[in-house]
Ligand binder design. Structure first.
Ligand SMILES: C[S@@+](CC[C@H](N)C(=O)[O-])C[C@H]1O[C@@H](n2cnc3c(N)ncnc32)[C@H](O)[C@@H]1O
Length: 454
């Protein structure tokens, strides 16, 4: 008999797939039902749990809840087991979001008072693209992260046609009322996340894609966090013309330069680790053989790129260390890599950003790298940064959003995000029996543009 999860009384066939951090929703009924079943359970203590709902599908929600033996309330009454706010069709523009924001925050404040301890609030929300890109989902999450505890996010990938790629997304944001919640509402400043014009972007890239990289070659497996060339090639083709100069300040195994060369572009960059630098150079030599294309990866600290005599750059694509998470990986994972003779981290170098334990310092040092890169970028150059939001020791660090905020402040224009969705990794039963922790299988590809006047 299938084992039931004490957290929600559902079996692994149902709760394990729910833990994948991105999903292709079939319809709204299924979206509501899966959340109700994951986050509430009827038991002797609470035979008919109460769920708060706000959104435009009240009849549908209460019918699904009733079908599952749960009661729906449209007021933040006491003793709530779960709360769902569906804002997906509420805001079409930044203006409408800003005029509705105070009402939503007030409701959330009331929910904080009435939700039971360790119970969840889920908000479904899509970003807006009118009159320019504005990530209202990130803004709302940042505004509520000190009231509740920001626990997790899932990305709803809306599929158009048969291909595993689509041009619409929404966020399911998960907050919990718990011992880490500060109970303080601190609305984020609206200016800090204001994005730019999206016209060009929308017509070229879309918003999400499942990328299934081919099996990695022997020297590529040695790197703990490589991204697929197929993903990079797609961006390079959308953002540059043949012969353009592509750059990556943190080259790792040289995936960026290999992808650039394979698309008829030149590939430049820096890499701090001598070990990966050598692998990257070998891969580039092989790829450029017999062509007139140029490549150059310098063994150097990325913070100094402006002093290194690179040509002016048309496009930058990169992926930074995942904070110091490689140093944090479970002992078992590290033991397995060690046994296979694989690298456990990038290096022990103190300039390696993957060795900085303090989150703010890590983000600031990374900004210093991008500031240096800005000096070699041509005006109007596009930038793509591949990152994940980070969960560490039970807390959520919205790295992608924090980084974007600082880069906007630095002067880059924020363009719509794109998700690289992974489905070639096995799901792990994180939080089993106790709470909700997703397997983060979506990577943000954050997009920016250096202003033409800059
Ligand atoms: C996520 S990996 C990049 C992987 C690469 N995109 C690939 O596909 O192989 C980050 C890289 O940044 C490098 N790195 C960390 N700090 C650096 C610094 N200060 N300057 C240059 N490279 C650095 C690490 O050695 C690591 O290879």
């Amino acid at each position: 008999m299938a084992v039931k999860n004490r957290f929600n009384n559902i079996d692994s066939k149902e709760w394990l797939p729910f833990q994948k951090s991105w999903f292709v929703p079939t319809n709204t009924e299924q979206l509501y039902r899966s959340n109700i079943r994951f986050f509430t359970q009827a038991n002797e203590e609470n035979p008919e749990p109460s769920i708060f709902y706000a959104g435009s599908e009240a009849d549908l929600f209460s019918a699904v809840a009733a079908d599952e033996g749960r009661k729906t309330t449209f007021e933040p009454t006491s003793n709530l087991s779960f709360a769902v706010i569906d804002l997906r069709d509420k805001f079409q523009s930044l203006e409408s979001y800003l005029s509705g924001l105070d009402g939503i925050l007030a409701t959330c404040q009331q929910l904080f008072e009435t939700l039971q301890h360790r119970k969840f609030l889920c908000i479904h929300i899509a970003n807006v693209y009118q009159p320019g890109f504005y990530p209202i989902a990130w803004h709302l999450a940042k505004s509520l992260q000190h009231l509740f505890s920001l626990k997790d996010e899932k990305i709803g990938c809306v599929q158009k046609g048969d291909e595993l790629a689509g041009d619409e997304i929404f966020y399911s944001l998960y907050f919990r009322k718990d011992e880490k919640s500060e109970g303080i509402m601190r609305p984020a400043e609206t200016e800090l996340l204001r994005g730019g014009n999206t016209g060009f972007f929308e017509s070229t890239i879309g918003h999400w894609q499942v990328v299934r990289p081919p099996r990695r070659k022997k020297n590529e497996i040695l790197h703990p966090a490589k991204y697929p060339e197929a993903l990079v090639e797609q961006f390079i083709k959308a953002f540059t013309a043949e012969g353009a100069n592509v750059f990556d300040p943190m080259s790792g195994t040289g995936s960026t330069q290999v992808a650039a060369l394979s698309c008829g572009r030149n590939g430049f960059g820096t890499e701090l680790s001598p070990f990966f630098h050598e692998i990257a150079m070998e891969r580039c030599q092989e790829m450029a053989f017999g062509t007139t294309l140029q490549f150059d990866i310098k063994l150097h600290n990325a913070k100094e790129v402006a002093q290194l005599d690179f040509p002016a750059i048309d496009y930058l694509i990169t992926s930074p260390p995942y904070w110091d998470m490689l140093n944090m990986k479970g002992a078992e994972y590290q033991a397995r890599r060690k046994e296979k003779g694989l690298q456990l981290n990038y290096s022990d170098d103190t300039n390696d950003l993957g060795n900085i334990a303090d989150y703010q310092r890590f983000v600031d040092e990374l900004i210093a790298v991008y500031k240096a890169c800005d000096k070699i970028l041509k005006p109007g150059a596009f930038v793509t940064i591949v990152v994940k939001n980070i969960k560490k020791k039970g807390s959520n660090y919205p790295f992608a959003w924090d980084l974007s905020q600082k880069l906007i402040a630095m002067g880059w224009e924020l363009l719509p995000e794109f998700f690289w969705c992974q489905d070639d990794i096995n799901l792990a039963p994180y939080g089993y029996g106790n709470t909700w922790v997703s397997n983060t299988f979506h990577q943000y590809c954050l997009n920016f543009r250096k202003r033409t006047g800059a």
